[in-house]
Design a protein around this ligand. Structure first.
Ligand code: ZN
Length: 379
């Protein structure tokens, strides 16, 4: 006699899945995410660098509410590729904290640390297409190359890579792998120019600088923030896909996993909005669909900085879940609730539908295949 098995995914039967867990819901043929009639699939994707705090709860609640308001599915993905920064047991703790708030994923959670084969496959695809290349530069070499060219380009305190190794390693050993932004940004702009009324509201903007350089602005639509733009080649440079220490970079892992999990809507904190243009370029280069994006307001600490684990945000006291959920809901423009957390969540789903109306039928260029997903290893 076998014991009854609970079909309710929750923290008790939580287990990080191997890459095969990314199979489409219900099995069968892989489905192109974002195609007409597709089922909404959202996710909350925290890094397990510590327990959930008031800031990360806002993104978790918003992504859960948006999925429920769309009658969609909500997934939990533990983004533990940056292993030196991860805290043992934090992923499990986050799942338990979410469950205490009534935010239960519809499928078993997935951990990025077990999915290196998928990321390697994507990198191989990019390299074969001439869209990624090995880089042998140290930080010092990047600084010297910038100085020699008379530039001092920085972004968030990081030097903007000048593309030194685009023409080859010239005898140096490969350290990292980088994404070729110049080619890919131009390719993206060409594609958008041919599809001016793309259903994902992506618009290409060209403008000529006083210097005569052609500026290629990748513009994307955020459901809360409106149009956002970035010239990735100029402002970010050829970004890293695989780091010199062998770890997978955030951008590649996120893009591969969003596609492999069939994510149609990304709802996350506004601090991550700046990554979106890079991720759209990667999606395009890998022939993957682009989800819709919504970036939620950030919780600020007493000093005005974004509340984060790194800056000592206190863990949530979930003895009374509503005490934690109410401030998160207030930041999202939702009314205060009393009583049971389950009733509060139900009321907020209705309120969310009113304040954040459904964003029209899901659709995306049908020509985009889901190469990574359909070839996902099964073990
Ligand atoms: Zn280099």
């Amino acid at each position: 006699m076998t014991a009854p098995v609970s079909t309710q995914p929750g923290p008790r039967n939580w287990l990080c899945q191997a890459a095969g867990a990314a199979a489409p819901p219900g099995g069968g043929e892989p489905r192109i995410a974002g195609s007409v009639g597709a089922i909404y699939r959202g996710r909350f994707a925290p890094s397990p660098t510590g327990p959930l705090h008031a800031g990360s709860l806002v993104a978790a609640l918003a992504s859960w509410l948006d999925a429920r308001a769309h009658q969609g599915r909500w997934l939990l993905r533990i983004e533990d590729v940056d292993t030196p920064r991860c805290q043992p047991g934090a992923g499990q703790l986050i799942a338990e904290q979410l469950a205490a708030c009534g935010l239960l994923p519809d499928e078993p959670p997935v951990c990025q640390s077990g999915r290196g084969a998928l990321y390697q496959k994507a990198l191989d695809q990019l390299v074969q297409g001439g869209m990624a290349y090995p880089c042998g530069c140290t930080r010092q070499a990047v600084a010297q190359a910038l100085a020699a060219s008379g530039q001092c380009r920085q972004r968030h305190g990081e030097l903007v890579y000048p593309g030194t190794c685009r023409q080859g390693l010239k005898g140096r050993p490969a350290r990292a792998w980088r994404f070729r932004t110049d080619k890919n940004e131009q390719k993206w702009l060409d594609v958008q120019a041919q599809q001016p009324s793309s259903a994902i509201d992506l618009i290409a903007h060209h403008a000529r600088h006083a210097s005569g350089d052609l500026q290629a602005q990748l513009v994307w639509q955020d459901r809360r923030l409106g149009p956002q733009g970035q010239d990735v080649c100029r402002d970010v440079g050829d970004f890293v896909l695989r780091r010199a220490d062998g770890l997978w970079a955030y951008q590649l892992a996120v893009v591969v996993d969003d596609a492999a999990q069939g994510i149609t809507h990304v709802v996350r904190g506004a601090d991550l909005a700046d990554n979106t243009a890079r991720q759209i370029l990667l999606q395009q280069a890998l022939s993957l669909p682009t989800p819709r994006y919504l970036h939620t307001p950030l919780v600020r600490g007493a000093n005005g900085d974004k509340l984060s684990k790194q800056h000592g945000a206190p863990p949530l006291d979930l003895h009374d879940p509503l005490q934690a959920l109410n401030p998160a809901a207030r930041l999202l423009g939702l009314p205060r609730q009393t009583g049971l957390a389950a009733d509060a969540l139900a009321a907020w789903v209705n309120a969310w539908r009113d304040t954040m109306p459904p964003d029209g039928p899901l659709s995306a260029p049908g020509a985009r295949s889901l190469a990574i997903r359909s070839d996902a290893p099964t073990a």
